[in-house]
Design a binder for this molecule. Structure first.
Ligand SMILES: [Mg+2]
Length: 263
């Protein structure tokens, strides 16, 4: 089976396009530039736009021939969308938590983490971050080295305990496991499915005309909700795997996709 060329290709960011919290590796930046020459691209993540700027925008901007006008940045799970219009990045839409929701989320995370002895004595950057549409707890701090993060909670039980402790404290909000060491609080239903639906509404592109790549499509993974949108999904194991899969997506294959291992 050779699927149709998609109208848009969407990607998770961390561990799909780049190592966690790291800039796009040079070969990936080149591959995305080639893809953008023919096809709109969306990148969706729990990260803020500032984080996207460091990880995605800066490496792409350094390359000649890039078509940033074809890039959709869906920050904080698509509650904020940015596009490059008339020479600068603009928010196309954004949905922010109100002051009361943000305060409740921060205090629930802090008190629960302290009670469970998951609050760090010393941290690498902020432990609590107000991302405006999302509040995020990072157990070792936002800027912790990846090697430290990978050993903090390898079986996920610390994050599950913290999520379960925080959930009843903010009944109007949704508490989710984010990345390797993080818990996110948003309005209910603001996961990657919400972001992809928002993108489809904005672009008018049908779900089966979108191909999504993610490294966490398994149940409980932060890409799993995308499966419910009807978007075609391809599971990858790290950015090198993605790179191998999109190497042929740049139009040289005559507008045809290589076979996708859908889940
Ligand atoms: Mg990921």
């Amino acid at each position: 089976m050779t699927p149709e060329w998609p109208a848009l290709v969407a990607f998770d960011l961390d561990d799909t396009l780049a190592p966690s919290k790291s800039p796009l590796p040079a070969p990936m930046a080149k591959a995305l530039t080639r893809l953008l020459a023919t096809t709109p691209v969306a990148v969706i993540s729990g990260a803020t736009f500032d984080q996207f700027a460091r990880q995605v925008v800066r490496p792409l901007s350094a390359l000649p021939g890039r078509r940033l006008d074809r890039l959709w940045i869906l920050a904080t799970c698509g509650t904020q969308c940015f596009r490059y219009i008339d020479g600068r990045w603009r928010a196309v839409f954004s949905e922010l938590l109100d002051e009361r929701e943000r305060r409740a989320a921060m205090s629930a995370l802090e008190s629960s983490a302290k009670r469970l002895e998951l609050w760090p004595d010393r941290s690498h950057g902020d432990v609590l971050e107000d991302r405006r549409s999302q509040v995020t707890f990072s157990a070792l701090g936002q800027d912790a080295p990846l090697a430290l993060k990978l050993v903090w909670d390898p079986d996920g039980t610390k994050k599950e305990r913290l999520r379960d402790e925080v959930t009843p404290l903010v009944p109007d909000l949704e508490v989710r496991i984010g990345g390797t060491t993080s818990i996110d609080i948003t309005r209910r239903g603001r996961d990657k499915a919400f972001g992809m639906r928002r993108l489809m509404a904005e672009t008018g592109i049908a779900p089966d005309d979108i191909l999504f790549f993610g490294d966490r499509l398994e149940p409980g993974g932060n890409d799993h909700p995308v499966l419910s949108t009807g978007v075609r999904c391809a599971s990858v194991r790290g950015w090198e795997d993605t790179l191998g899969r999109i190497g042929d997506l740049d139009g040289r294959s005559g507008g045809r996709l290589p076979e996708v291992r859908d889940r």
